[in-house]
Design a protein around this ligand. Structure first.
Ligand code: SF4
Length: 699
């Protein structure tokens, strides 16, 4: 009987940035099943992960006791048997584990200085936990070497948005698509990665909206709803988008009144864009000039147009330039600040927006207030009771791992992140982790990163927490505790507070509610959003104009948070990927997620239904490529790049161009990031996960 439950608790799905609200049905202290409820972003809908993906929290691999590395353990590496971890780790009391964790970090601070310690937080945590984590690093080590997975996700989009619009968040919720005439979806595969958002996109198209899908993969999910499908050559985003804007400029389709009223830099931009004719750019991007013209006219003439993008745009060495182009395109057409218009980078993780807002970023404090601004540091010194703060930007994720490898960072505190799987050129990251003098990992499973730890602190899954999270729409939502943490595992906020106090920080919080109230002291974004409102209403979007306002779905209708209220056009030049195919590595490797598995797979590969549907590491190749290799669909191939090689099952997939390989990054046994290129975008410092030169061989 599916209605056989003791209790139902309203909360938020732990997976993607759509932030679907759920009702968790609990029986005997365990999740029995989950249903979608009427949250603002899902209206009762759920995808397969939200509906069937929760039983990872009851998996036998859950960490239930603190662990300390045994003195006689084998060398650090991915050599721990998950069913018998006693060869590497011994159980410890919380008292001993916390002392050991804190003392190790403090000793490194004493010998080498605070700069020798770094912190990776996580978008899997609540806003309150993210806030406490960055505070611990900034207050405890007096520097800003704290980052999280946004660096690997939308850091370049945020850099471009902050530069040109004045704010890194979306300018309109994805639900605004119902008020649009035309929507561009570029470098995103929402049917797999934001499935519930994709249902709104499909409805929009069914009602007659014009959906323009631009992606190197011919997405079957949105293809039949699209008026235009532009399967362009990977890495040529700037060429294609500049050509679209060239048409708008040459045919004077731009919104002169909007440009004069709300922007700066148009005249220089107009001169810059004249060189990028559709004919010239067509040779680079592979899209016919007449298609480029049709798309440009359609978007520019729309009454209301929106642009959605994903990591296909952001994860390039020119990711910031790609986003600059999308911002310029919207500004040219006046498609910002009205219902049905806007710029929307689709956020990947459940709380990547909230963790960024809470300051889990090396160059900004909470609410994107610069660490270099003395007034900002004075504000936090006041709120944090006299703490001196460092005024220089800290290091980002990949930079931190480089310093670890070279020995100048010797201690790390990692909460819920898995750099041993998620970093580019992961062999380098794993060697770096093995060199650390002291690694503290706080997680729910013995992840690949935890295998390198000196001490492991057993933490809580989202359905075991109380706190707030913020979705891709800027909507702050209440997460409620549905089930207890297993064994001796603890809620993450409590562990951070305990560690901070053992490091001498003298913190005093009894509840996440108190942390939220402290956040409100420095975060204008939380104005009119109270804990009590979230408890009763479940969700409030920022910015919020008053105690009865559910929040603003669309922002910047009356100007931008920049000088004179004007957004900026920033010209972008065509730059090639960091590593082009050649005779040794003739094909293009691109990585991403697939519907059933989320990120490094630590949760979804332990969810029974999801793992049953998609149990085996796989890559996708065009059928003609497989034929040339002499490999049948389902057979094995070897993928080789300059960083390493893996063997993996190959699927025939017509969505992928004949010179491409698509590779999900959830599988440790064929880890995608063994192959990826660590080259960084110079502004967003995001690695080029979407483009590496690769050789494919039959096995
Ligand atoms: Fe969860 Fe995202 Fe699926 Fe919604 S769309 S159920 S938030 S994974």
């Amino acid at each position: 009987d599916s209605r056989d439950f003791d209790e139902e608790v309203e909360s938020v799905c732990p997976f993607c940035g759509v932030g679907c609200q759920v009702s968790i049905k609990v029986k005997d202290g365990k999740v029995k099943y989950v249903e979608g409820i009427n949250g603002p972003s899902n209206e009762g809908r759920l995808c397969v992960k939200g509906r069937f993906g929760f039983d990872y929290i009851h998996h036998g691999h859950r960490l239930t006791k603190p662990l300390i590395r045994r003195e006689d353990a084998p060398d650090k590496g991915l050599n721990v048997d998950l069913n018998d971890i006693s060869t590497h780790f011994r159980e410890a009391s919380w008292e001993e584990a916390l002392e050991f964790a804190a003392n190790g970090l403090v000793d490194i601070r004493s010998y080498y200085g605070g700069q020798a310690v770094a912190g990776f937080g996580s978008a899997k945590c609540t806003n309150e936990e993210a806030y406490l984590f960055q505070k611990l690093i900034r207050q405890g080590f007096k520097h800003n070497n704290v980052d999280h997975c946004t660096r690997l996700c939308h850091a370049s989009s945020v850099a471009a948005l902050q530069e040109n619009v004045g704010s890194g968040a979306v300018t309109a919720s994805f639900n605004e698509i119902e008020n649009a005439d035309v929507a561009i979806v570029i470098g995103a595969n929402p049917t797999e990665n934001h499935p519930v958002a994709a249902t709104f996109f499909k409805q929009f198209a069914k009602r007659g909206g014009e959906l323009i899908v631009i992606d190197p993969r011919a997405q079957t999910g949105l293809k039949r709803y699209a008026t235009h499908l532009l399967q362009f050559r990977p890495g040529t985003d700037v060429a294609l988008l500049n050509a679209v804007m060239n048409v708008i400029v040459e045919e004077k389709l731009y919104d002169r009144q909007y440009i004069e009223g709300f922007t700066e830099g148009f005249f220089e931009f107009r001169e810059h864009i004249r060189a990028f004719t559709p004919e010239r750019m067509s040779e680079l991007c592979g899209i016919a000039p007449e298609v480029i013209r049709a798309v440009a006219r359609s978007f520019a003439r729309a009454r209301a147009g929106m642009i959605f993008w994903g990591m296909g745009v952001s994860q390039h060495v020119h990711g910031t330039d790609n986003s600059r182009c999308l911002i310029s395109l919207a500004l040219l057409c006046g498609h910002v600040g009205r219902p049905g218009t806007g710029l929307h980078p689709l956020r990947g993780q459940n709380n990547v927006q909230g963790a960024s807002d809470a300051g889990l970023i090396p160059h900004v404090m909470p609410d994107y207030q610069s660490v270099t601004d003395k007034e900002v540091r004075d504000l936090f010194r006041h709120i944090w009771r006299g703490t001196e703060l460092d005024g220089s930007a800290g290091l980002t994720v990949v930079e931190i791992m480089d310093r670890v490898y070279r020995g100048s960072i010797r201690g790390m505190y990692v909460l819920g992140e898995n750099p041993a799987m998620s970093d580019p050129d992961v062999d380098h990251a794993r060697k770096a982790l093995a060199k650390l003098d002291h690694l503290v990992v706080q997680d729910i499973f013995l992840t690949e990163t935890a295998m390198y730890a000196d001490v492991i602190l057993p933490a809580s899954a989202l359905p075991e927490k109380h706190g707030t999270v913020t979705n891709t729409n800027r909507t702050v939502q209440m997460v409620r505790r549905a089930v207890p943490t297993p064994g001796e595992a603890r809620e993450d906020w409590k562990i951070i507070v305990d560690l901070a106090n053992r490091m001498g920080l003298d913190w005093d919080y009894d509840d996440p509610h108190e942390v939220f109230n402290e956040m409100k002291m420095s975060m204008k974004s939380l104005h009119h959003i109270t804990w009590n409102r979230l408890e009763t209403e479940g969700a409030v979007t920022y910015p919020c104009k008053g105690p009865d306002d559910p929040g603003q779905s669309v922002v910047f209708g009356d100007g931008f948070p920049r000088r004179a209220g004007r957004a900026k056009f920033t010209p972008a030049r065509v730059t090639p990927p960091a590593e082009m195919p050649d005779k040794d590595f003739p094909m293009i490797l691109t990585t991403g997620r697939q519907l059933e598995h989320w990120h490094t797979g630590s949760m979804t590969r332990r969810a029974t239904v999801l793992d049953a549907v998609e149990p085996e590491a796989n890559c996708s190749l065009h059928p003609s490529t497989l034929r040339k290799l002499g490999v049948a669909p389902g057979g094995k191939v070897r993928l080789v790049t300059r960083r390493g090689e893996i063997e993996i099952m190959a699927r025939a997939d017509r969505q992928v161009a004949p010179d491409m390989v698509f590779l999900p990054f959830a599988y440790v046994e064929a880890a995608a990031n063994v192959l990826t290129n660590p080259a960084l975008d110079p502004w967003g410092k995001i690695p080029e996960f979407k483009y590496s030169a690769v050789r494919v061989e039959a096995v």
